[in-house]
Design a protein around this ligand. Structure first.
Ligand SMILES: Cc1cc2nc3c(=O)[nH]c(=O)nc-3n(C[C@H](O)[C@H](O)[C@H](O)COP(=O)(O)OP(=O)(O)OC[C@H]3O[C@@H](n4cnc5c(N)ncnc54)[C@H](O)[C@@H]3O)c2cc1C
Length: 376
């Protein structure tokens, strides 16, 4: 290792921030991580992961834990609303010949796996804490914290998500997230035997799907066009989700529909997107993950590109004696891949909302999957 970096601060303990913490500790660098949430919780139902995310887990060293607690499956089954299977999309085994090409896991379970790895790596984690000021200095950053402490760092990584305070503080000109006119519903349900892999029922505008998250459970997701971003009362969640599935007579999906109840942990989330133009760093402050590229979920690759940001950043910082060159090299390696994910995902969403060309949808899916399989 040739880097002069000895102490790093990571703001935000989501998937991207925890991955960065683990990778920088492998270089022997001191890592502080501050996370606003005192409970370090990760909300939501399941998360779908493609083969490139499983490959990243292998690099991080958490693939075995993932395979023990999540689900790994091959292929995506596409069905007509009344049931016939019209396509089986292959999911290449990117993480290795023995590791299926896709998967799903409950978000809190994945967060716990990464949090355990973060603590085991010797990261100094402070929960319920964040910065109050960030001052860029030549060759460093002076940071004051809400717990009254202050410290100087060689590098600060903003990994505090879509509504990043680091971005708003250090990059005040950066654009804000934009609502895309689509929302997603998610629920956790028992997995029936008929569901063995990711299964989707593209309808005229709504698109339901299910993905196993363990041997016994799966999560249901439904994307729904919603021109305006209006709040929905939680009391309406169960009837709304059931209503969205009413037009899909596939007996398997109707059986799933009949199981939806108050215990299904339903989450409703309007979808926003953000692609911050370069540069993604200023002095010794760099932004990773959703802070600069928050994608809609259509390629199931948001977590993937944030985790990959962390892997590549540690690699570049570890091999360069000069931080500015390392950040430039990192950005060069990350921009096109992340742009592709955000923009292709957004186009897929547009086609779904407008009931557009299904052939274009399939082609974008195929091209994106091929691009995601490339080495990072
Ligand atoms: C509805 C929906 C479905 C999705 N489905 C998928 C999917 O199936 N597959 C997939 O790969 N991706 C999916 N994504 C995208 C994925 O969830 C995100 O890309 C990923 O979680 C980003 O991780 P992150 O660590 O960059 O940010 P976040 O997960 O937002 O983490 C940020 C962390 O920073 C903390 N924080 C916030 N502010 C501060 C502060 N000021 N100081 C300190 N800490 C702070 C937060 O508490 C949080 O822990 C989906 C996204 C949405 C919205």
């Amino acid at each position: 290792m040739t880097t002069s970096v000895q102490r790093i601060l990571i703001v935000g303990g989501g998937f991207s921030g925890m991955s960065a913490a683990i990778e920088f500790r492998k270089l022997g660098i001191d890592v502080d991580l501050v996370e606003l949430d005192p409970g370090w919780r990760n909300y939501g139902a399941g998360i779908s992961l493609n083969g490139s995310t499983l490959r990243a887990f292998g690099t991080l060293g958490v693939l075995d834990a993932y395979l023990a607690h999540g689900a790994a499956t091959d292929g995506v089954e596409v069905r007509l609303p009344h049931g016939p299977v019209v396509a089986n999309l292959p999911t290449p085994r990117i993480a290795g010949p023995d590791v299926p090409g896709a998967g799903g896991i409950m978000r809190p379970v994945l967060a716990r796996i990464l949090a355990d790895a973060t603590r085991a790596a010797g990261v100094d984690v402070r929960l319920g804490c964040t910065f109050t000021s960030i001052a860029l200095q030549p060759n460093g950053v002076e940071v004051h914290f809400t717990d009254g402490t202050q410290r100087r760092y060689d590098l600060v990584i903003g990994a505090d998500g879509l509504n990043s305070a680091v971005r708003r503080t250090v990059f005040p000109e950066a654009p804000e997230p934009v609502y895309v006119g689509q929302a997603v519903w998610r629920a956790v349900l028992p997995k029936p035997p008929a569901i063995t892999t990711v299964t989707m029922w593209p309808g005229p505008t709504a698109k339901p799907g299910v993905n196993p998250v363990s041997a016994t459970e799966m999560y249901l997701f439904i994307t729904e066009p919603r021109p305006t971003n209006t709040r929905i009362d939680a009391a309406e969640f169960v009837p709304r989700v059931r209503a969205l599935l009413a037009d899909f007579p596939d007996p398997d999906l109707q059986a799933i529909r009949s199981q939806i109840g108050p215990e299904s942990q339903i989450v409703f989330r309007p979808i926003e997107r953000l692609l911050v133009p370069r540069p993604w760093f200023h002095g010794r402050v760099v932004l990773i993950g959703d802070t600069v590229h928050a994608t809609t979920p259509h390629l199931a690759a948001g977590a993937c590109i944030g985790i990959e940001d962390a892997l590549v950043l540690a690699e570049e910082v570890g091999r360069s004696g000069d931080v500015a060159s390392a950040l430039e090299a990192w950005q060069e390696r990350r921009w096109e891949r992340c742009r592709m994910v955000v923009e292709n995902s957004a186009r897929l969403g547009e086609i779904e909302v407008t009931g557009g060309d299904k052939a274009e949808h399939a082609q974008i899916m195929r091209e994106s999957m091929i691009a995601l399989a490339q080495p990072i």
